[in-house]
Write a protein that binds this ligand. Structure first.
Ligand code: NAD
Length: 337
């Protein structure tokens, strides 16, 4: 089987995880990763055997640390069938002209403006819509977590209205510059937050409002759901429906993000990543045709398998979403925790 050549532009929190997962796929070849700074992450790329590309103007910085550079970022782009752009928010758009010049397919991440690509992506909700597309945007960690719950419920029940409170981690563990350190920040102060609009890009016509705030933690996000359904519903039906979904864990005996991360560390999952949604089973409650629940989302890893599925859809490697999802999920180990 001919492998698809994948390049990763931006080797940070998301990029290094996508690079690892691409390297585990039997239908993909990792061409290399781009770095603009010779930091410890460059050492990891070298240890993993990944080719490092940089902008020619940064080459000398890498020479000082004896780090071999394989070529310019434009070489990475021209040698790839598809680029996964994992550069920081608003940087990805600066590469659009270069991507167009080499006629390469591109996946951007949730930090970019939704208009950067004509379609946004979530594996379970709209895999087929991206089949053969040139450009896509994998929605953010929070939007991914919300879509994974709402899409299967929307197939089975008539959803009247959804409200999700999003309690966001202040920043990622690797970040030494951001906060908050001692505040609860309305992010943004206006309602809805952008997540509702993003969900509607994936599941059109859904009536949803989201409100988002940031708190001083780095581990995970927490969501509080209220899903108003147009009919009488049974809690067992909801639990059964959610338990059958890929990338959804129903968690028992746990009441915090700290315990979940510790569990992941004890399971020796790579980087303590949990790429599934984690629904707290005891929180699932039905009152007056409304479903309430808590879930937590590991922001650094939840979108990684979606990027792999998005590559398969855009490169026409798998027609059926479940074939891609299963292939991705089985590529490291049996993931459900
Ligand atoms: P990051 O800052 O951890 O990593 C970005 C990497 O790109 C860094 O290595 C940086 O040095 C490099 N970079 C900076 N400028 C560059 C340039 N001009 N060319 C090439 N590389 C450059 O960022 P991240 O958290 O991985 O975020 C990447 C994207 O993923 C953003 O759109 C973000 O919104 C989105 N996202 C992030 C998370 C998360 O929790 N971190 C979750 C989902 C989606």
């Amino acid at each position: 089987m001919k492998k698809i050549n994948v390049g990763i532009n931006g080797y940070g929190t998301i990029g290094k995880r996508v690079a690892d997962l691409v390297s585990y796929q039997d239908d993909m070849n990792l061409v290399g990763v781009s770095k603009i700074n010779p930091n410890l992450e460059s050492n990891i790329a070298i240890k993993r055997g990944y080719n490092i590309y940089t902008d020619n103007k940064y080459k000398n910085k890498f020479k000082l640390y004896d780090i071999d550079i394989h070529g310019d970022i434009e070489d990475l782009i021209s040698n790839s069938d598809i680029i996964v752009d994992c550069t920081p928010k608003n940087i990805g758009k600066e590469y659009k002209n270069i991507y167009e010049k080499y006629d390469v397919k591109v996946i951007w991440q949730g930090g970019e403006n939704p208009n950067i690509a004509s379609k946004s992506f979530n594996s379970i909700s709209n895999y087929e819509e991206l089949y053969g597309e040139q450009y896509a945007r994998v929605v953010s960690c929070n939007t991914t977590g919300i879509c994974r719950i709402l899409y299967p419920i929307s197939l089975k029940f008539n959803i009247k209205k959804v409200f999700v409170s999003i309690i966001r981690r202040g920043t990622d563990p690797r970040d030494i510059k951001s906060g908050p350190l001692n505040s609860i920040v309305l992010d943004p102060v206006s309602i809805p937050s952008h997540h509702a609009l993003d969900v509607q890009k994936i599941i059109p016509n859904i009536n949803i409002v989201t409100a988002s705030l940031k708190v001083p933690t780095t581990l995970m996000h927490m969501h509080i759901f209220n899903i108003d359904i147009d009919e009488n519903i049974n809690i067992d039906d909801i639990i059964s429906l959610l338990s059958k979904q890929p990338r959804i864990n129903l968690i028992k005996n746990c009441t915090s993000t700290s315990e979940l991360i510790e569990y992941s560390r004890d399971l020796l999952l790579p980087r303590n990543d949990i790429w599934e949604n984690n629904i707290f089973l005891d929180s699932i409650t039905i009152t007056d045709k409304n479903i309430y629940l808590y879930q937590s989302i590991h922001q650094e890893s939840i979108v990684i398998p979606e990027n792999i599925d998005c590559i398969r859809s855009m490169m026409k490697l798998e027609k059926n979403k479940y074939d891609s999802i299963n292939k991705t999920d089985n590529s490291i180990c049996n993931r459900k925790i």
